[in-house]
Design a protein around this ligand. Structure first.
Ligand code: NDP
Length: 339
């Protein structure tokens, strides 16, 4: 059983050497007698920015549990059930949920797994589009942003797992949508694949405030926040009255020993802006509704999804770290085995 083990807690930027590929001769074949665990063969693993928080030691409980040094890395993934002691699962079922970065995982809390209902789309979609990232985009845009047709929407990290969907949802809603991303290749995808009205490479802009004024001369109604830092400050200066900011994530801050300050919060009262943070883990009850709503859009081509696929567990550490360097183009996942 090949696996990727977490070495030790870190500060600052994560490195591939913070994780280690370990091979053991034993492959689990059955769940232990009387156990309600589920034994799965892992097919696709998800790389997500929140995993950086699991790599640091927290004195107070964090919003996600810390990894345990010497133990296998855990993340969302798509797996096939090999053996089950749990009444809700049987051998052959396809599931998605929390699993380990290894070929086979014994999952002792199978309540975190969901059976995969639709298999007429790529199974890998359940690491992103039909998994955690998809639900994040759905809840974050429709509930937190409370969008209206014709509004002006800005999305940062717009070509990523969450951002590419937010932009497409906003277009389907009849909004004007602009995205920012960190390379010309990504900007091209935003405009020509995901249908954003405009997009720009924030790394080429010396003045983010001027860049936003160029695309939003009348201001921004909705900002879907994925990056934080200087971009948030620039956006605050360009919000319209009664604008909404969905604080989904702030990836520019995750590797800093001391997060940067936000300087322009004064605009929140001057423009009567609502900033609301949210965590997708509190919205599981919306998952079935989300899937039923989005499946026709996927099948009929109104929603498209770009994935960035790393092959093999040995490439998983680099894939995860690539998120923080912007190396991923679209949803980053790792193929462990094809079904
Ligand atoms: P992405 O697929 O967008 O990958 C991360 C991207 O972030 C990179 O490709 C890069 O894109 C960008 N990035 C990395 N470092 C920086 C930096 N220093 N400054 C600006 N941009 C940077 O990830 P996800 O779509 O999975 O996640 C997007 C955001 O949503 C993250 O902040 C994440 O933490 C958050 N999230 C929140 C959830 C919740 O429940 N609230 C659930 C899921 C995700 P580029 O090349 O464009 O810079």
């Amino acid at each position: 059983n090949k696996k990727v083990v977490f070495k030790n807690y870190i500060t600052g930027f994560p490195k591939e050497t913070d994780m280690e590929l370990v091979t053991s001769d034993t492959v689990p074949l059955k769940v232990p007698e009387k156990s309600t665990a589920v034994l799965v063969k892992n097919l696709y693993l998800s790389c997500d920015p929140y995993m950086r928080f699991c790599m640091s030691k927290h004195e107070e409980p964090s919003f996600v549990p810390d990894f345990i040094p010497g133990s296998v890395i855990t993340s969302f993934g798509v797996s096939k059930v090999v053996d089950s002691g749990h009444p809700d699962f049987s051998a052959g079922d396809l599931v998605w949920g929390l699993t380990g970065w290894e070929e086979y995982s014994l999952i002792t809390n199978p309540e975190s797994l969901s059976k995969i209902k639709y298999t007429d789309v790529p199974l890998s979609y359940y690491t992103g589009l039909l998994g955690m990232a998809g639900l994040t985009a759905y809840v974050g845009f429709y509930e937190i942003c409370a969008p209206k047709k014709g509004e002006y929407v800005f999305v940062s990290a717009a070509s990523g797992a969450v951002g590419q969907l937010v932009g497409q949802f906003a277009k389907l809603m009849g909004c004007y949508v602009v995205g920012s991303a960190g390379s010309d290749e990504k900007v091209n995808l935003l405009k020509n694949k995901f249908g954003f009205d405009e997009a720009f490479n924030y790394k080429k802009e010396s003045d983010l405030n001027a860049a936003l004024k160029r695309y939003f001369p009348d201001g921004i109604d909705i900002y879907f926040e994925n990056v934080g830092g200087a971009m948030l400050d620039a956006v605050l200066m360009n919000m319209r009255i009664h604008g909404r900011i969905a604080a989904c994530g702030m990836i520019s801050q995750y590797n800093l020993e001391k997060p940067e300050g936000v300087h322009n919060l004064m605009y929140t009262f001057m423009k009567q802006i609502r900033i609301e943070g949210f965590l997708v883990s509190y919205y599981h009850h919306k998952y079935d509704e989300f899937v039923e709503k989005i499946m026709p859009d996927i099948r009929e081509g109104r929603i498209t999804y770009v994935e960035d696929t790393a092959e093999g567990l040995e490439n998983a550490p680099a894939a995860l770290i690539g998120l923080f360097k912007g190396l991923n183009v679209g949803k980053q996942l790792v193929v462990v085995a094809h079904e």
